[in-house]
Design a protein around this ligand. Structure first.
Ligand code: BG6
Length: 489
């Protein structure tokens, strides 16, 4: 008899016909099947208003895998996977519908993971429905997708609604950037290399840059995006999470709470950006028509379903300071935008210059050392260092060289798991370290609320930038004024 390595659980996907489930969740679950991480007694229960049976649901899942998975479906794994698929016809607006779900669980005390891939205004109702039929006992979990609100107040409202029925230890808030391999590696790089541990502060670091660029536009999501904008859609969650991991102090251990305790300290130490300083700290942009990969693309205002008068930002650049001993005086420059030239996420850490230059004759200004961590798409890192060019001549000739470590070369045989694959798996085994705690969500919204209020008050408008460029010129000037420039991606 083959013993199963992982426990069986039931995974319920609310919003299973939606984009997220079809694009990300279902392909990730199939891959978990392939790598034998799903117990044979595990059930995957899609929830929706359609009047479907198991067969209809399997067809939909198969279509989604064909369309969105970056590899062919193998019959051997599909046959095992499809046996796990079930469908439950529920309209979450009707509390008595949840009785149908209750009937689908065959085993007492089996862990139930409820994945809420639906708009946040439904979270409260879903949790109430689950609780009504005692589906919120201690072995049940809730996995919540962003956005958790659009302000501190609305996020507290959602968190309180969910918190009424589920304890914090049962709630898994997803920020899919936390599931990316290179973000996890950031902890390893920072806390297992003494070379970095002892240099990771204002003593030796001059400044830090975080870039998350995308070349795609709004992709049919204009309605959602226009209400949100790049600050709420990307900065409040992904970029602040990256920043908090880059800046946090050494955690006590690798437990969820130790890591999150340190991250939240950073979020609470961000210097406020307000009406007085916002013009010096923030640049907003909106893309106009331009070229991406030699193809003409429309402006934000001419996208499908757009409101021609919108002032929503599709680009933001920020200069952030952290009010603590480690980071006093070290600016963090963040930029993120849609329709930039390439998809690229990276963190560039610039170290301070040498106190004097012994090699003036060869190099007037010695470039700063920098460590660049590439989050995606070309995962890896490189360090720029200054080296002597080999020569018989006794006068020094210096050159900046790049020591590069690309995952694709270093770990040829390893496939890098998708962020959702890892996060789904962690939610199943109950590991919360890569999920966002309530106080983190609140601290980041509190800081973001100030910014949004400030730019609304002073009526700060986004500057136009042509699609296919690195945002408004003033985002380049922002660093130039400080004698710095963006790392060339
Ligand atoms: C999502 C945002 O959270 O992240 C999208 O809502 C964005 O607007 C996406 O495109 C980017 O994720 P990734 O993993 O492709 O960098």
């Amino acid at each position: 008899m083959v013993t199963e390595k992982y426990l069986a659980y039931d995974l319920v996907i609310f919003g299973t016909k939606g984009d997220l489930a079809r694009r990300k969740l279902l392909p990730s679950l199939y891959k978990l099947e392939k790598t034998k991480k799903l117990n044979k007694h595990t059930k995957i229960i899609g929830v929706g208003r359609a009047n479907w049976n198991k067969e209809n649901y399997s067809e939909m899942v198969h279509e989604a895998l064909e369309k969105f998975m970056n590899e062919p479906i193998k019959t051997k794994f599909w046959n095992k996977f499809r046996k796990k698929l079930y469908f439950c016809n529920i309209d979450v607006n009707y509390i008595d519908h949840f009785s149908k779900l209750k009937k689908m669980f065959d085993q007492k005390n089996k862990t139930i993971i409820n994945y809420l891939a639906m708009p946040p205004n439904t979270f409260g109702m879903i949790c109430k429905g689950l609780a009504m039929y005692n589906l919120n006992n201690i072995s049940s979990r809730i996995v919540m997708e962003k956005p958790i609100g659009d302000s501190l107040k609305s996020s507290q409202y959602i968190n309180d609604k969910v918190g009424k029925y589920f304890k914090e230890s049962q709630i898994f808030r997803i920020d899919h950037y936390l599931g990316k391999e290179t973000i996890l590696n950031l902890l390893a790089i920072r806390f297992s290399n003494s070379l970095f541990i002892h240099n990771w502060s204002n003593k030796n670091i001059d400044h830090i840059q975080i870039t998350v660029s995308e070349n795609i536009g709004i992709e049919g999501r204009w309605g959602y995006f226009d209400k949100s904008g790049q600050i709420r859609d990307m900065v409040q969650n992904h970029l602040l999470q990256i920043l908090s991991i880059v800046a946090m102090s050494v955690p006590l251990d690798l437990s969820a709470d130790s890591i999150r305790d340190e991250k939240v300290k950073i979020l609470k130490s961000l210097k406020p950006i307000n009406q007085k300083n916002i013009k010096r700290k923030i640049i907003l942009g909106q893309y106009s028509e331009g070229y991406i990969n030699n193809k003409l693309v429309p402006s934000y205002l001419k996208e499908f379903n757009a409101n021609i008068k919108s002032n929503t930002e599709t680009f933001v650049c920020m200069k952030i300071n952290i009010n603590n001993w480690r980071w006093a005086g070290v600016p963090f420059y963040l930029r993120t935008g849609k329709r930039l030239p390439i998809k690229n996420s990276e963190i560039a850490i610039y170290f301070k210059n040498t106190p004097t230059n012994l090699f003036k004759n060869s190099l007037k200004n010695i470039p700063q050392n920098k460590l660049v961590i590439k989050l995606q798409p070309d995962e890896g890192l490189y360090i720029n260092i200054i080296n002597k060019v080999p020569d018989i001549d006794s006068t020094y000739k210096l050159k900046e060289i790049k020591l590069s470590a690309k995952y694709s070369k270093l770990f040829k045989k390893k496939t890098i798991p998708d962020a959702y694959e890892r996060l789904l798996f962690d939610s199943m085994i109950g590991k919360q370290a890569l999920f966002v705690r309530k106080d983190e969500v609140e601290a980041s919204w509190k800081w973001i609320d100030n910014i949004i209020n400030a730019y609304k008050k002073i009526k700060l408008k986004p500057e136009l930038y042509p699609a296919g460029t690195w945002g408004p010129q003033s985002s380049i000037e922002l660093l130039k004024k400080d004698g710095r420039s963006w790392n060339i991606c």
